[in-house]
Design a protein around this ligand. Structure first.
Ligand SMILES: Cc1cc2nc3c(=O)[nH]c(=O)nc-3n(C[C@H](O)[C@H](O)[C@H](O)COP(=O)(O)O)c2cc1C
Length: 282
């Protein structure tokens, strides 16, 4: 039976993230998946140390926090549904803290490549105008942990549980849970992206590259802004030979052709760098 891990990133008991996540998981269970619920703030995470032991030594150097617990659950789960409150224009800080640790997945990339792993995200904020990075940065979490994102939900309500006042929120959460569960039984039907969204990751955050060229800031898909009768459309370029940033192929390429060799490039110049650093020592 397919397993779906639900991750709630809010500390508020019965807050909006939790309520919508529980609706999504309940529907996923009714659709035939085994589900579990994890409240991320109940675990303890240290910030990434930047040592790259995960890449060079095969496991994270931080041994006294709960990344191992999370990683075990994530590696086991075929599906992921993650819900987070927006704090200061994007998902609560714990989402980024744990996303930063996703290079720990590197030793497992080959094992994961052959599996169907899909995810959906639920971004909850108080005010529609104040959530420009909610979906984008929340979607980065499953992408970085090796899932394809096939649906997302944005819901708006400030008080805990207030999302329930709008029945459409519950309908959408249940639809999202059903979509993930069905995808895991072979019926992958991703939510169609809107014309202004990146076709790979649903982002609406793009970097302007001059003239009509733009790049999705989440998955690095490039393309052009093309005017038509309804306004401007994002027309993507033919895919990079390695796919967008978060495909298994691109990650393998990035790991082997950039991260791993960066070590030898650094070591070759370490003595020079050390000398230049002496003036900053206190
Ligand atoms: C510290 C803090 C910062 C917040 N910042 C934003 C924000 O930038 N934009 C927004 O729309 N809502 C913001 N909110 C409102 C929450 O996103 C909203 O209350 C949400 O429903 C909380 O979800 P929860 O009930 O799952 O915890 C903020 C709330 C807190 C406590």
């Amino acid at each position: 039976m397919a397993t779906i891990l639900g991750i709630c990133c809010s500390r508020r008991p019965l807050g909006n993230s939790e309520v919508l996540l529980r609706e999504a998981l309940d529907e996923a269970q009714k659709t035939g998946a085994a589900v579990s619920f994890l409240r991320l703030p109940d675990l303890r995470f240290e910030p990434c140390r930047g040592c790259l032991a995960c890449v060079y030594k095969g496991s994270c150097a931080i041994k006294n926090d709960d990344l191992g617990v999370l990683l075990e659950k994530v590696l086991e789960a075929d599906g992921l549904i993650i819900a987070a409150p927006t704090y200061l224009l994007g998902p609560a800080g714990i989402v980024k803290l744990v996303t930063d640790r996703a290079l720990s997945l590197s030793p497992h990339l080959e094992d994961l490549a052959g599996r169907t792993r899909v995810a959906a995200t639920i971004s909850v904020a108080g005010n529609r105008k104040w959530n420009p990075l909610g979906v984008e940065l929340l979607n980065l979490f499953p992408l970085a942990y090796g899932y394809r994102v096939i649906d997302y939900l944005e819901a708006y309500a400030p008080g805990p549980g207030e999302v329930l006042l709008e029945p459409e929120n519950v309908t959408r959460a249940r639809e999202l849970g059903r979509r993930v569960a069905r995808a895991l039984s072979g019926e992958i039907e991703a939510r169609p992206p809107e014309e202004q969204q990146c076709g790979n990751c649903y982002s609406r955050a793009f970097r302007l590259n001059g003239q009509d060229r733009i790049t999705c800031v989440v998955c690095n898909t490039t393309g052009r802004l093309v005017p038509d009768e309804s306004g401007l459309r994002f027309v993507t370029d033919p895919p990079d030979p390695h796919g967008h940033f978060w495909t298994a192929e691109h990650r393998r390429h990035h790991l082997n052709e950039w991260i791993v060799p960066s070590r030898d490039r650094y070591l070759a110049r370490r003595e020079q760098i050390k000398k230049q650093l002496t003036r900053y020592k206190t």
